[in-house]
Write a protein that binds this ligand. Structure first.
Ligand code: BGC
Length: 746
C-alpha cells in the first residue's frame, strides 16, 4: 500500500468505521490486558491458574485431599473450582481469591447438563425433538439460572457421538448421527453462551469429552477407544468442530485412550487439531483426575510424568488430579515443560476470565436479587414443558388407541413411575428441598386433564428394581376396573449416566412381567417407557398396542406426558439413535457400510453378513417416530439428473398429512455415494426440515445439495468429494424413504 494512502484521512476514516478493524483492536487490547497480568505473575501463581479443585461436595470421582483449599485460594494456587454454587458460597470463595497477591478471580464450574433449577429432558431426549431452537432455548434457560447462582461455566454440551446404548453416558449427548449431533452441539453452545461472554446471564460452554469417548469398547465407561483417523475425523470430531465454531469457550478432554494415547496426553487431538487446525482460542480442562489416571493407563510412571505429558499435549487446566500443582514448577525448572507452554495455558485461562468480565468485577455473578428472581422463574417452567412435549417419541399406536379421551370414565395408572418424582429428572440433575412439590408426576399430570367424573385408579405393581411380585394382584385388580390402562415402566434415575454402563439393557426387576400380567387382562394398555437410553423390550413392543418413549423429561414430565396422552400435543419426536433388538446387535447405527456380502433383507442368511438368530435391522430405526396423524411422501423430484461440482441440486418432495389430526413431521434427507475411493455408508443424513401440516394439507419440501455436502475423508485423510453416482432419499425415518439418483461430474 502506498504510504500516501496509508496516512490519508480517508484511510483513517475507513479504519475507524470498519468492524474488522474494531475486532482486531479489541482483540489486541484483550491480549495486552492478559499480557499485563501475566507479566506480573510468578511461576507458582501461573501454575495455580492451571489448577482446579472440587468444592466440598457432589464429587463424581475420587477426591484427592491435599491441604486446605481455602488457604490455597488465598495463596493464588487455584484458578477454578467446580461444584460450588449459590451467590453466597461463590462470593465467600471469591473474597478469598481477592486476598491473594494477584487478586485473580476464580472461575466456578458446574455440570449444568440439562438444567439447573428447572430440569429439562435429558440431552438425548431433547435431541429427539430435532428442534434446534427448542434445544438452544433449553440451554439458554439453564444458563440463566446457573449464572444467576454464581456459576460461570457449565461442563456441557457433551457432544460425543454414541452408537452403543450400553454406555451409560449415551443420555448426555445427541445420539448416533454426526450431522444432527453437530447442529445440536452448536445450538447448545449458543444457548449456554447467549449473547456472549460478559453478559451476566451467559455461562461459558465446555464441549466434551475430547475425543471419541462415546466409542468406548463394549460400551463400558472409561474404556479404551481404538479407531482409524478417518473414522475419527468423519464421525466423531465434527460435533466438536461445530462447537468450536459456535464459539465454545472451553473444551474438556476425556478419560479414554485413543489408539493408545490417553486423551489428556494427546497432542494430536489438543494441539494439532483443536488449537492448530481449528484455531481454538479457549482453554482445555482435563476430565476429573484424568491427568493422574494416565498412570493407570500405563502411559506415564507417576504424577510428575503425567503433568509433563498433559501440559505438553495442551491440557491447560488440571481438574482434581493435583499433578500440575505438585509437579509443574519442577518440570519447568528442569526444562521438561517450557515456560512458553505454561504461559500459553495461563493466557488462555486469563483471557476467558477477562471475557467474563471478572477482572472488572469478580462478584458480578453474585447478585442475590437476580439469583432469587431466576430461582423460580415461571417462564422457565413453561419452556421446560414445551421442550419435554417435543422430546416424547410415539413408537406404536395400534388402532389409534391414543390419544385418550379426557372424558374417560375409568382409567388405571399402573407402574413404579406413576407417582415418581426425582426419577423423572434423570442423571446429571440437582435435587432441591422442594422437589416433591415442584416436579410434576404422571399422576398429577393425568389428573389435571381429566373431567370431574373420571375415576383414576392407581397401583404401583412393583418397585423399579425389586423382584417381588406381591403388588401384581392389586395392579391386575385395578386394571380390571378400568376402561384403559396407562403403565409406566423403565430405569431408575441412577441406571443411565456416568459409570452406569449396563451389559443388559432391559427393564430391571419384574417390570416386564407386570406388563404381561396387565396385558393378560385384555384391557387396552398404553406403555410409557421412562429411561435414559434405548432399552430392549421386545415383548412389550410386539404385544402392547400403544408405546410412548418418555425418556427422562425433567421437572415438567407429568404435564408433558399428559399433554401427549390426551392429544393436547400431537407427538412429533424422532429417535436420534437406533434401538436394537438385542444387546448382541450393538453397536448398531443406520449409516453402516454395505459390506461385500450384504443381506438382501432381514431373512437372508445365505452366507451374507447377518445373524442366524436375528434380523440385522434395529427394532426402531434412527429417525423413526409416529404422530397421531400420518404423512404421505410423493416421489422425489430433482432439479436435474446431473450436476457439476459448482452447481446446486434441488431435491423436492411433497408431503401430505393423510391422517385425522393437524401435526408436525420431520422430513429427513439422506444421500449415498455409490462408489467411493473408500467405501461409503448406505445412508448419511444431510438435512432435515420440520413442517407443520393441517390434516389433509400438502406442502412441497425443498432441500439443496452441493458437492460440499458430499465430501468425505479419503484414504489420505483429504476432505474431498468424488464425481460419480449418488442416491438421494427423503422420508420420515432412515428406514422409510423415497429415493432417486443423480450424477456428480467435475
Ligand atoms: C465427568 C465430566 C464432568 C466432571 C465434573 C467427570 O467425571 O466425566 O463429564 O464434567 O466429572 O463433574
Amino acid at each position: 500500500m502506498k504510504s500516501s494512502l496509508l496516512f490519508s484521512p480517508l484511510f483513517l476514516l475507513i479504519l475507524l468505521v470498519t468492524p474488522f478493524y474494531k475486532v482486531i483492536a479489541q482483540k489486541k487490547s484483550l491480549d495486552q490486558k492478559v499480557d499485563s497480568v501475566l507479566r506480573l505473575m510468578t511461576l507458582d501463581e501461573k501454575i495455580g491458574q492451571m489448577n482446579q479443585y472440587n468444592g466440598d461436595w457432589a464429587a463424581t470421582g475420587p477426591i484427592t485431599k491435599d491441604g486446605d483449599k481455602q488457604e490455597q485460594i488465598k495463596k493464588g494456587m487455584l484458578g477454578s473450582m467446580l461444584n460450588v454454587t449459590g451467590t453466597d458460597h461463590t462470593r465467600t470463595l471469591q473474597q478469598l481469591a481477592m486476598q491473594s497477591r494477584m487478586k485473580i478471580p476464580l472461575l466456578f464450574g458446574q455440570d449444568i447438563v440439562h438444567g439447573y433449577r428447572t430440569i429439562f429432558p435429558i440431552p438425548l431426549a431433547e435431541a429427539a425433538s430435532w428442534d434446534l431452537a427448542a434445544i438452544e432455548l433449553s440451554a439458554r434457560v439453564a444458563a440463566t439460572e446457573g449464572a444467576a447462582a454464581g456459576i460461570h461455566w457449565t461442563f456441557a454440551p457433551m457432544v460425543d457421538i454414541a452408537r452403543d446404548p450400553r454406555w451409560g453416558r449415551v443420555m448426555e449427548g445427541a445420539g448416533e448421527d454426526t450431522y444432527l449431533g453437530s447442529l445440536i452441539a452448536a445450538a447448545r453452545v449458543k444457548g449456554f453462551q447467549g449473547k456472549g461472554l460478559g453478559n451476566t446471564d451467559a455461562m461459558m460452554a465446555c464441549a466434551k469429552h475430547f475425543a471419541a469417548y462415546g466409542a468406548a469398547v463394549a460400551g463400558r465407561d472409561y474404556n479404551s477407544v481404538d479407531m482409524s483417523n478417518r473414522q475419527l475425523l468423519e464421525t466423531y470430531l465434527p460435533p466438536f468442530e461445530a462447537a468450536a465454531k459456535a464459539g465454545a469457550a472451553t473444551f474438556m478432554n476425556s478419560f479414554n485412550d485413543l489408539n493408545g494415547v490417553p486423551a489428556s496426553g494427546n497432542a494430536y487431538l489438543q494441539r494439532t487439531i483443536l488449537k492448530g487446525q481449528w484455531g481454538f482460542k479457549g482453554f482445555v480442562v482435563s476430565d476429573w483426575g484424568s491427568i493422574g489416571e494416565m498412570i493407570n493407563h500405563g502411559f506415564v510412571k507417576d504424577n510428575y510424568e503425567a503433568a509433563m505429558a498433559a501440559a505438553n499435549a495442551g491440557s491447560d487446566m488440571d481438574m482434581e488430579s493435583r499433578s500440575y500443582i505438585q509437579n509443574l514448577a519442577k518440570l519447568v525448572k528442569e526444562g521438561k515443560v517450557k515456560m512458553a507452554v505454561i504461559d500459553d495455558a495461563v493466557k488462555r485461562i486469563l483471557r476467558k476470565k477477562f471475557e467474563m468480565g471478572l477482572f472488572d468485577d469478580p462478584f458480578r455473578f453474585c447478585n442475590e436479587a437476580r439469583e432469587k428472581e431466576q430461582f423460580n422463574n415461571p417462564d422457565h417452567i413453561k419452556v421446560a414443558r414445551e421442550v419435554a412435549k417435543k422430546s416424547i417419541v410415539l413408537l406404536k399406536n395400534e388402532k389409534q388407541l391414543l390419544p385418550l379421551s379426557k372424558g374417560v370414565k375409568n382409567i388405571a395408572l399402573i407402574g413404579p413411575f406413576v407417582k415418581a418424582k426425582s426419577d423423572n429428572l434423570g442423571f446429571w440433575s440437582y435435587d432441591w428441598p422442594d422437589d416433591t412439590a415442584r416436579i410434576v408426576s404422571l399422576w398429577e399430570g393425568v389428573k389435571s386433564k381429566l373431567a370431574a367424573g373420571s375415576n383414576v385408579l392407581y397401583a404401583k405393581g412393583c418397585e423399579i428394581k425389586d423382584t417381588s411380585r406381591a403388588g401384581f394382584s392389586g395392579a391386575v385388580a385395578a386394571a380390571m376396573q378400568a376402561d384403559v390402562v396407562v403403565m409406566t415402566v423403565g430405569e431408575a434415575r441412577d441406571m443411565t449416566g456416568e459409570a452406569k454402563s449396563r451389559s443388559i439393557i432391559r427393564l430391571p426387576g419384574v417390570q416386564e412381567d407386570l406388563v404381561k400380567a396387565i396385558v393378560a387382562t385384555g384391557k387396552p394398555v398404553v406403555v410409557l417407557m421412562s429411561a435414559g437410553r434405548p432399552l430392549v423390550f421386545n415383548w412389550i413392543a410386539d404385544n402392547v398396542p400403544a408405546i410412548v418413549y418418555t425418556w427422562w423429561l425433567g421437572t415438567q414430565a407429568g404435564n408433558a406426558i399428559a399433554d401427549v396422552l390426551f392429544g393436547d400435543y400431537n407427538p412429533s419426536a424422532k429417535l436420534p439413535i437406533s434401538f436394537p433388538r438385542t444387546e448382541g446387535q450393538i453397536p448398531i447405527y443406520y449409516n453402516y457400510y454395505n459390506t461385500g456380502r450384504p443381506a438382501k433383507n432381514d431373512s437372508d442368511l445365505n452366507y451374507v453378513s447377518s445373524y442366524i438368530d436375528l434380523p440385522n435391522s434395529p427394532k426402531y430405526p434412527f429417525g423413526f417416530g409416529l404422530s397421531y396423524s400420518s404423512f404421505g411422501y410423493s416421489d422425489i423430484v430433482l432439479s436435474k439428473p446431473v450436476i457439476k461440482s459448482t452447481e446446486k441440486l434441488v431435491v423436492k418432495c411433497t408431503v401430505t398429512n393423510t391422517g385425522n389430526y393437524d401435526g408436525e413431521e420431520t422430513v429427513q434427507l439422506y444421500t449415498r455415494d455409490l462408489v467411493g475411493s473408500v467405501v461409503r455408508p448406505v445412508k448419511e443424513l444431510k438435512g432435515f426440515k420440520k413442517i407443520q401440516l393441517k390434516k389433509g394439507a400438502s406442502t412441497t419440501v425443498e432441500f439443496t445439495l452441493t458437492a460440499n455436502d458430499l465430501r468425505f475423508y479419503n484414504e489420505k485423510l483429504q476432505y474431498i468429494f468424488e464425481p460419480g453416482d449418488f442416491k438421494v432419499f427423503v422420508g420420515g425415518s432412515s428406514a422409510s424413504v423415497k429415493e432417486a439418483g443423480f450424477k456428480l461430474v467435475k
